[in-house]
Design a protein around this ligand. Structure first.
Ligand code: DAH
Length: 348
């Protein structure tokens, strides 16, 4: 090939090279042939590169002229390629898929926060502003934290094996987040204000409003001089913030082993304001949970002096709140994790 002669008379060789290349290109009959010739002459390992290597062997004063001649040859061959391509039907498509970088990308699906988690985060935020820190406890609990510390006696109905998921004799899935009260009080010195959102388990028959697993949020404040008035004010401030308007609360006398006195918390239905609607079951009030003043027996069980400290506690269901907020008719939707359902609640 001409590259062999590159060291001798380069300019002459270049001319021979140009002629050969342009003639072959002019007589090419297919786009594939044109492409093959183009690669053979102009490609990275093509013949022209070989000719150009000869440039380095020339005396310096000849190099510039020879370089300019080589460039002319290159341009001439490029033009011949273009002409041949036009005649034979354009460039041959390269093998493999082509990439059109101007096309919009395909969006990757983004996950979203579960609606229960979205509501829980709102509750945490509001209580945080009221000075409550989040506390946590295990979902597998012992009887001490789930019952005994909470002043729930051995013969209490809640301790029947049919009322809780027992794993072993002294081990069960916690049936209430009140367990975290005990964990906090046995480990810390008052004063403290905590909330404990989390999952609890009870062997309830599953229907539209019951599940064997659900979510509660527990609250506890222990300090010198805490009163029932503080409890009511805290709950009122909380609900006012949650619904972004003035709310009416009703505390109905009730009984829980770990509080004395105890009350059920009813909220004037924030959706209808009283006359009754679907959300409040036409009652005008929504039952939000239980509350009361920490029973002195509980203080004694965890080693807190009941003569010095008082405290209040409350526990509410998060799933019901979530259902009311988003108008979800069946609690089972919250646990099936069907993405078509979950997708409706935004990223959160
Ligand atoms: N643990 C109770 C339940 O699961 C709810 C509750 C009631 C929690 C009164 C409290 C409370 O802290 O004071 O039904």
């Amino acid at each position: 090939m001409t590259s062999d002669a590159a060291g001798n008379d380069l300019t002459r060789d270049l001319e021979t090279f140009r002629q050969e290349a342009t003639e072959k290109l002019a007589s090419a009959t297919s786009a594939a042939e044109v492409d093959e010739l183009r690669i053979g002459y102009l490609g990275k390992k093509g013949a022209l590169k070989g000719v150009l290597r000869g440039l380095g062997k020339l005396p310096p004063e000849q190099r510039a002229a020879a370089g300019a001649a080589a460039n002319l040859v290159k341009t001439a061959i490029e033009e011949a390629v273009a002409t041949a391509r036009e005649r034979c039907g354009g460039p041959v498509a390269k093998a493999g898929p082509t990439l059109d970088v101007t096309l919009p990308g395909s969006p990757a699906p983004i996950g979203s926060r579960h609606p229960v988690r979205q509501v829980a985060r709102r509750l945490i935020h509001i209580f945080h502003n009221l000075g409550f820190a989040v506390a946590d406890g295990p979902e597998v609990e012992d009887e001490w934290h789930n019952f005994i510390g909470l002043n729930i006696p051995p013969d209490h109905i809640a301790r029947d094996p049919s009322e809780s998921f027992y794993i072993e004799d002294d081990l069960l899935l916690r049936s209430q987040t009140s367990t975290v009260q005990i964990r906090v009080m046995e480990n810390r010195e008052p004063p403290f204000r905590i909330i404990a959102p989390g999952r609890v388990y009870r062997p309830d028959t599953v229907d539209a409003s019951h599940s064997f697993q659900f979510h509660q949020i527990e609250g506890l404040m222990v300090e010198e001089g805490v009163t029932f008035g503080d409890l009511k004010t805290t709950l009122r401030l909380f609900f006012r913030q949650l619904f972004q308007k003035e709310v009416e609360l009703r505390l109905r006398p009730s009984f829980f082993p770990f509080t004395e006195p105890s009350a059920e918390v009813d909220l004037r239905c924030p959706f209808c304001g009283g006359p009754g609607c679907k959300t409040c079951g036409r009652k005008g009030w929504i039952e939000m949970g239980g509350c009361g003043m920490v029973d002195p027996n509980v203080f004694e069980a965890v080693g807190i002096d009941p003569d010095r400290y008082t405290g209040f506690a409350f526990g509410m269901g998060i799933d019901r709140m979530t259902m009311a907020f988003y108008d979800i008719p069946d609690i089972r939707y919250l646990f099936e994790n069907d993405v078509r359902f979950l997708d409706q609640f935004g990223i959160g």
